[in-house]
Design a binder for this molecule. Structure first.
Ligand code: FES
Length: 140
């Protein structure tokens, strides 16, 4: 005679929570970017935000104090943008080969225009006008 040992079998009830996620695809997409994201840093005009020496051609620097990124897409041409990604607001990385990458979800931005070149972000980084004064880059 054989007896089956009493190895208890755990029965777990997995209650499947059937969350019905209604993903409404809104016809009126509010992700255009430009109008909604026009939040420039107040009181920054006239300020030196970076030194030209910190902004190599094809590269750039993120200025945490102002949440801005400064780029030099081509020799002698300096650009500045708000560093906040239009997707969820993470700060983009300094550009490499004129491409800024958002570390959160991988969006990419053109260092010359600030336009998103790869999603999930759409739209662009907020542009600022800058000029070179001496060895500094100044917001106009
Ligand atoms: Fe930048 Fe999502 S927050 S890609």
């Amino acid at each position: 005679m054989s007896m089956n040992g009493g190895s208890g079998i755990d029965r777990r009830r997995v209650l499947g929570a059937a969350g019905v996620a209604a993903c409404g695809v809104a016809a009126l997409a509010a992700c255009g970017g430009e109008a909604a994201g026009d939040r420039k840093v107040p009181g920054i005009q006239g300020k030196v935000i970076a030194k030209t020496a910190d902004v190599p051609v094809g590269g750039g620097t993120v200025v945490k104090k102002y949440k801005m990124v400064v780029t030099q897409p081509s020799e002698g041409v300096y650009k500045a943008f708000g560093a906040s990604c239009p997707h969820r607001g993470c700060a983009v990385s300094p550009p490499k080969d004129n491409v800024m990458v958002c570390p959160c979800h991988g969006s990419e931005f053109d260092a010359d225009t600030g336009e998103a070149t790869k999603g999930p972000a759409t739209g662009r980084l907020i542009p600022y006008q800058v000029k070179v004064e001496g060895d500094g880059i100044v917001v106009v």
